[in-house]
Design a binder for this molecule. Structure first.
Ligand code: NAP
Length: 270
């Protein structure tokens, strides 16, 4: 992870101040690394990054990190949940590592968000969370109609239902029945982790409306270790767009949106 703080004078018209703090998880390589550098360049033209070890799947690590943000850094304004894993090759669909994938991409991001939420400074329009997600977790990928309608029913959907969905998938992986339940067909474990992250993000956006903006960003197929170097664009290109979204001016900052590249679109895409 990295913690970027713009301690020097920001460029003219920037909304951030000398005290603004951005946390980016998974910033030692890939899109997170590019994002940290790009965000910092946009903020003030000079890199000033503090790295700190964080394992988002480990509650002790998350708690220690939150204590550091509270006691040493003094709070945060921007959280980019970028850390993520996938163990699938481009054209395979293995669920061998499903538990790690869900623990990192969904439960890990959620655990970190909940630990850091009290530490957001919540100044008007500036507090924001950006979750790196994927189109593979959009609702049009879900083939089970009852699961689809549960996720579409935003008025009644609860965080407990989203957690139960993730647990159900993991139980089906364990008992070998996951293929019978209409989950997304491509990179299934990864897609379910992002499906859960997307649903949780929408609920969180509603819960925090007026206090912290919550959006998702899909960079598309990007050349990183996760894709074994395959993809349409570079990590730097994806990082630049992610930085632009993370730093949107308060007046332009939506909440509850899913950005495909820089364009907001429906979570459902149905
Ligand atoms: N690349 C794409 O085509 C693509 C497309 C859509 C969405 N995304 C999303 O974009 C994000 C970044 O992906 P990427 O392509 O840049 O992947 P990447 O190059 O594989 O980098 C993943 C990053 O996540 C970190 N990470 C993994 N497990 C972690 C954990 N338990 N705790 C903390 N950090 C952890 C890694 O740290 P270590 O080095 O310590 O493992 C690494 O810094 C992910 O959320 C991914 O799902 C990527």
């Amino acid at each position: 992870m990295d913690c970027s703080s713009s301690k020097e004078t920001p460029p003219h018209k920037a909304w951030w101040t000398g005290e603004t703090v951005a946390v980016v998880t998974g910033a030692n390589r890939g899109i997170g690394h590019a994002l940290a550098a790009a965000a910092e360049l946009r903020a003030r033209g000079l890199p000033s990054v503090r790295f700190r070890r964080l394992d988002v799947t480990d509650s002790a690590s998350v708690a220690a990190f939150a204590s550091w943000i509270r006691d040493d850094v003094g709070g945060l304004d921007i959280l980019v949940n970028n850390a993520g894993v996938s163990f699938n090759e481009i054209d395979t669909n293995s669920v061998e590592h499903a538990e790690t994938v869900l623990k990192t991409n969904f439960y890990g991001a959620k655990m970190l968000i909940e630990a850091l939420l009290p530490l957001f400074r919540r100044s008007s329009g500036t507090s924001r969370i950006l979750n790196l997600s994927s189109q593979l977790g959009l609702l049009n990928k879900v083939r089970d109609p009852s699961l689809r309608s549960m996720l579409l029913d935003e008025g009644r959907l609860t965080e407990q239902q989203v957690e139960a969905m993730a647990s159900r998938f993991l139980a089906q992986v364990k008992d070998g029945t996951w293929q019978d339940h209409g989950w997304p067909a491509v990179w299934t474990d990864y897609a379910v982790s992002k499906l859960a992250l997307n649903a949780y993000s929408r609920l969180l956006a509603a819960r925090l409306r007026g206090a912290v903006a919550v959006n998702c960003f899909c960079p598309g197929f990007t050349r990183t270790d996760m894709t074994r170097g395959w993809g349409k664009r570079t990590a730097e290109e994806a990082g630049r767009v992610a930085a632009g979204l993370a730093l949107l001016p308060p007046a332009d900052l939506p909440t509850g949106k899913f950005f495909k590249w820089s364009t907001p679109q429906l979570y459902s895409k149905l």
